[in-house]
Write a protein that binds this ligand. Structure first.
Ligand code: NAD
Length: 494
């Protein structure tokens, strides 16, 4: 099979009913993986110039395909062009520029402290590419979520197979048909397909797997990776709490929360999933949220060019069912033909309601009433650890209290989503929301093996004598004196 091209939707051997051989020859992607591994072993991806050239080509891909991407995401997912340009193009380019700006520095060997016994030697951490990386992406930001990890994997000197989501069909086609002609076909490839194809792909041994998607599929990917002891990053989803304290600027809170919740029609992994506040704050927030929604989308959001749609029929029906929880305070209108769900706020939602049992991934904001900051913290801590956590308060002590007494992948005080726009911050989950991190230097480090290296001279052999048999307490004393790590970081002998 030629590399760098689209792998057929149905693996060739299965489509043609080819006779079964051994496990490796049977797998339709085995040839591609071994071709990429051979390229990686040749060392061609290691020089800075090579990596920089491939990264710059990714930038050209984004520039050349920008209009097609905006049209495809609008057609596939009902994405608003402004939001698509911001999230798919602009933020991806920021990652690219951050990487191009710093790559030569990130690649440098890191010199480390030495003990007295190794003082004459060279001790350093070398950032090495893992080898062949698999990146599996979801549909909700179908360019950003394969491209941002790809930037890190290329920067770290790996060969890569990208598997975009099969849900966003037109975008998948742009990636599959367009991307290979920008990149070195010996080192980078796009594989298309859904569950059967990805299952077969995952049978192969990769050196690193980067998966973004739902927790159940994350488990499947991790199980497949475990067979080969392949390290993984899992960028998963879940329910992101948003605590609003009684002391805050309600208008500003409403605008910042509404933007984060209704961006991309709520189909954002770090969207605030539900609000926690007192009943008094709920009463203030509802009119403020109404005003924010009207300001953003006009009196009828359905007519607004700035409000998106639910991506597919199955998702639409799932999200629509969740409208039955609590009391509809704002919105609630739906139109299946258009996959439209109005920006909706549900009040007095109970923790046991269906909407509180799963990630909403749609434009619905439930409010769960609590009586105090302590109760909000207990509520958050009694559930799975979220990908993002938000706390609003004019009192910095309250924001800090939530930060210090909870755990989540990321945290943003007095705003939503904004923490993920910064390449200087790690982005990733914890527990049920994922494993590992990326963005900026964290991406480079994720896709680099940190190889601990010590290079010694051939001489000075008498200095090694204390570690050789026959052993004695006196020799141990010399080892202790020359190799001990002292707590004050001072040296016992010099
Ligand atoms: P998904 O898990 O259904 O699919 C993600 C990818 O996995 C797709 O490419 C799909 O083809 C593949 N896949 C699906 N089933 C598979 C299987 N059985 N075996 C192997 N591969 C399989 O997720 P989705 O519906 O595309 O995306 C929505 C989810 O992704 C939400 O939970 C959301 O929170 C999460 N998400 C997380 C982040 C993050 O950065 N943490 C970002 C975006 C989305």
């Amino acid at each position: 099979m030629e590399t760098g091209t689209v792998v057929p939707l149905l693996p060739e051997s299965e489509a043609s009913g080819a006779p079964e051989g051994d496990a490796t020859s049977r797998n339709p992607y085995a040839g591609l993986v071994s071709h990429l591994r051979a390229s990686w072993l040749s060392g061609k991806t290691r020089p800075l110039e090579y990596r920089t050239a491939q990264l710059e080509a990714l930038g050209r891909f984004l520039d050349d395909k920008k209009q097609q991407i905006l049209e495809a995401t609008a057609s596939d997912l009902g994405k608003v062009p402004f939001e698509a340009e911001l999230s798919e193009i602009f933020l991806s380019k920021n990652e690219l520029y951050e990487t191009l700006k710093n790559l030569s520095r990130w690649m440098k060997d890191e010199q480390v402290d030495r003990t007295l016994a190794t003082r004459m030697d060279s001790a350093f951490i070398r950032k090495e590419p893992y080898g062949v990386v698999l990146i599996i992406a979801p549909w909700n930001y179908p360019i950003h979520l394969f491209l941002v990890p790809l930037i890190g994997a290329v920067a770290a000197g790996n060969c890569v197979i990208v598997k975009p989501s099969e849900m966003s069909k037109k975008t998948e086609r742009i990636v599959a048909e367009g991307l290979p002609s920008y990149l070195d076909k010996d080192c980078f490839a796009v594989v298309t397909g859904g569950v059967p194809e990805t299952t077969r792909l995952l049978e192969n041994k990769f050196d690193y797997i980067f998966f973004t998607g739902s927790p159940p599929v994350g488990r499947i990917v991790m199980t497949a990776a475990a067979k080969h002891l392949t390290p993984v990053t899992l960028e998963l989803g879940g329910k992101n709490p948003c605590y609003v304290s009684d002391t805050c600027d309600v208008t500003n809170v409403a605008r910042r929360v509404a933007w984060g919740r209704f961006f991309n029609a709520g189909q954002t992994c770090i969207a605030p999933d539900y609000l926690l506040c007192t009943v008094e704050m709920q009463e203030k927030l509802i009119p403020a949220l109404r005003e924010a929604i009207t300001d953003f989308y006009g009196p009828n959001p359905r007519e607004s060019p700035d409000f998106g749609r639910i991506a597919g029929d199955k998702q639409f029906r799932r999200v629509q069912r969740l409208l039955g929880s609590g009391r509809v305070a704002l919105g609630g209108q739906t139109d299946e033909a258009e996959r439209y769900i109005a920006p909706t706020v549900l009040a007095d939602v109970q923790p046991s309601d269906p909407i509180m049992q799963e990630e909403i991934f749609g434009p619905i904001l439930p409010i769960v009433v609590i009586t105090s900051t302590d109760e909000a913290i207990d509520f958050i801590n009694s559930r799975e650890r979220p990908l993002a956590l938000y706390a609003f308060s004019s009192d910095d002590k309250v924001v800090n209290q939530v930060l210090e007494r909870t755990s989540s992948g990321g945290f943003c005080g007095n705003d939503t989503l904004m923490h993920m726009s910064m390449p200087s911050l790690p982005f990733g989950g914890i527990g049920n929301s994922g494993l590992g991190r990326h963005h900026g230097k964290f991406s480079f480090d994720t896709f680099s093996h940190h190889r601990g290296c010590l290079k010694r001279g051939m001489g000075w052999e008498p200095l090694n004598a204390p570690r050789y048999p026959p052993y004695s307490q006196q020799k141990f004393g010399v080892i202790r004196a020359t190799c001990k790590v002292t707590r004050k970081n001072d040296c016992t002998l010099l």
